[in-house]
Structure formats: C-alpha cells, structure tokens
Design a protein. Sequence first.
Length: 218
Amino acid sequence: MEGEERDGEEYTLQEEEEAARSKQEEEEQVREGASESAGCGWVLAPRPLTEEVLKEGLSLLCKSGNGLAHAYVKFEAKSKDLTDVSILERFIHLRYVDLSDNKLHDLSPLSSLTHLLWLKVDGNLLSSACMQELPYLQIISFAHNRIKDMEGITHPRLANLSLKGNKIQTALGLSHSQLFSLQILELRGNKLESTAGLNLPKLKNLYLVREWCKGSSH
C-alpha cells in the first residue's frame, strides 16, 4: 500500500510538470504568432509596471541604511502581462522580487537592486539569463523561459539556481571562479545531451531528469 501511495504522489508530480510544460508551449505558440503577425500591424502591446501595480506589490517594511530610515524590501507582481519594469530601478533596497508569469524580455532594470537576495522570474520571455553581477543574490529561478545557454550568470553568493523548462543544450557557461557558492542547480526540462563542461566543485544537488517512474514501488 505504501508503494501504491508513493506511485500516486509521483504520478501527480509528473502530471504537474507536464501541465506546466504544455502551458508554456501554448503560450510560446501564441507569442510566436503575435511576432509573425507584426507585419500586419498586430504586435504585443507594451505594458510597463505602473505606480498603482507597484504600490499593490510592495511589502515588508524594514530598516535601511543607518537604521533611521525604512524601506520596502519585498515586491511581487505575478501574471500582470508586464513588458517593462524600469520603475523598479529606484527601489534599491528590494531584497525579494517575484515577477513570474509576465512578458519580460529584459532584466536590466534590476541591475540597480544591489541588495537583492531572492529573484523569481518564471514564465516570462527571457532568452538569456545574463544579468549584471549582484553581490548578495543567493536564489534565482528562471524556470519556463526561452533561455538557450547559461552564459552571464556571475553572482558570487548564488547558492540555488533553477533553469528548469528552458531550451538549454549545453552545460557550458557556468564558471566556478564566479559561482563558487552554487550548491543547487535545477536543469530538468531542457535539451541537454551531456554535462560536459560543468565544473562546480561545491555543487551538492544537480537535477537533470524527472525523479519519477510510473508503476514503481521502490
């Protein structure tokens, strides 16, 4: 009975992964269709982050600087169809940012967030994970984007990196000299054929394939 229950749990996990991938493929088809139709005047309308959405998403007021001032350190704006988050550039004290399920192509506005510890940008339109080095960033999730390689990820304190559900074909690009704190790397749902070139001595957990086997009781 225990084995059967475990099979059911694992099957549920597999179903969830497949559903997420199916949703991503459907969204990509819609976006690609929009790009192909640009010549006919149909393009993705810009939708920048507004002051109103910004105020709704800010939370967690903490002391900053010398402790006499306060600033919001958490921001969340999920599923808002955002194409531009430039307004975040002035919120330099942000430590936790979740911009999942939007339509972002570019993360350059986040380069001024030098106190950032945690970043989640799942389900966007990112083709690259390249960002300016952020000295305190420890956790990033780029799951379900269009990222094709692992170049440009250079955050020295990064410990947990998820690139699940992208289009990565090679393990090259991650440098031990720049990612000497990386311990967890999630690469499931990509197109990797080999881990050749992956040199991260401190890595403890590397996820490449689904940990699931239908009908197994072990």
